[in-house]
Design a protein around this ligand. Sequence first.
Ligand code: NAD
Ligand code: GLY
Length: 365
Amino acid sequence: MNNPDFQTITVALGQRSYPVWIGAGLLADHARWRVMLRGRHAMVISNTTVAPLYLERVATGLEGLHWSSFLLDDGEAHKTFANVGRALEALGQLGATRDACVIALGGGVVGDLAGFSAACWMRGIDFIQMPTTLLAMVDSSVGGKTGVNLPVGKNLAGAFHQPRAVVADLDTLTTLPAREYRAGLAEVVKGAAIGDEPFFGWLEQHADALAARDAGTVLEAIARKVRYKAGVVARDETEQGERALLNLGHTFGHALETAGHYTTLLHGEGVAIGMLLAAQLSERLGMSSSADTSRLRQLLEKLGLPTSIPAGMDAQQLLALMRLDKKNTAGSLRLILWRGIGRAEIVGGVAEAQVLATLDEATTH
Ligand code: NAD
Ligand code: GLY
């Protein structure tokens, strides 16, 4: 019989397939995840905010092993190559062998850096994701994209390295600040907007319960988003095609994040506004209807997410930032747009004038 408080989703990648466990109390459910550790060494990578809250629950499951912890300072600014170097030094200090396991305990920053460290140590050792933000549970912990930021840009150094398991303990969300929780909801909406219209309808029906963090509704929303993403990753692990759709709203969102110097908007907030701009541009290009744009706006608003470009940002400046996106060719942009809810597609040759008009209309004058 199904346990309504727990779900397992498998990311199907042949011999590298792995489970995503979602439920309450999972960090302390040592019997479940400890079997994933093959050797005698483990290193928990976390940060100075999350470790005081949750490291103990994990540590008691590591008794009998040689293990240590490596803590980052909190924040995106610490997702650096220098810190990967320090993590690798710490693995050396531990005497970690090839069968060692890295455990990533934290949000997407910790997960990306820990996964990349695991990919580098002895050319690749096991790691387990223990995501503690909603964004990490529904997005960054699943799919094996790992990496760090470089001075020239975000996430420019990294590796595809799949975890052995994802342990999403819903209890950790109780300490997550409201704004971070809402930013995670944007990534849930994104999955539905890209490729799962029934899920979008379900989110519209359950928006109030989600905003109020009703436990059963949150579990179902996470599971549905993870199931969708797991399917995409299984079909296109290294982003040769379909996986690029997961970036709906990202070119707009990155420009907004950069214009705000990464302090005005959280990533998920940039994605929320970016998705709406992508929908407005799609409508302008005759690809989708105003009814679909309205449904997206209403859902984002119900979930407490921002839907307009922050005051002080300028359309020309945002367009200039969007031009830097690697997907572009000279004079036109390559973007993820949609044909309505659940039907995203990659569109090349989008005229800059159309993008500028969309940005201009959405800018506070
Ligand atoms: P984050 O890791 O910075 O966490 C957000 C904040 O919440 C931090 O201050 C963190 O310390 C705190 N926190 C974490 N868990 C907490 C808890 N349970 N209680 C209280 N506070 C808690 O940010 P994020 O939104 O989780 O992740 C963003 C990162 O993820 C970015 O670096 C982004 O590039 C990356 N990302 C990666 C992928 C991927 O596929 N690998 C996908 C999306 C985003
Ligand atoms: N966040 C996009 C991806 O995992 O591909």
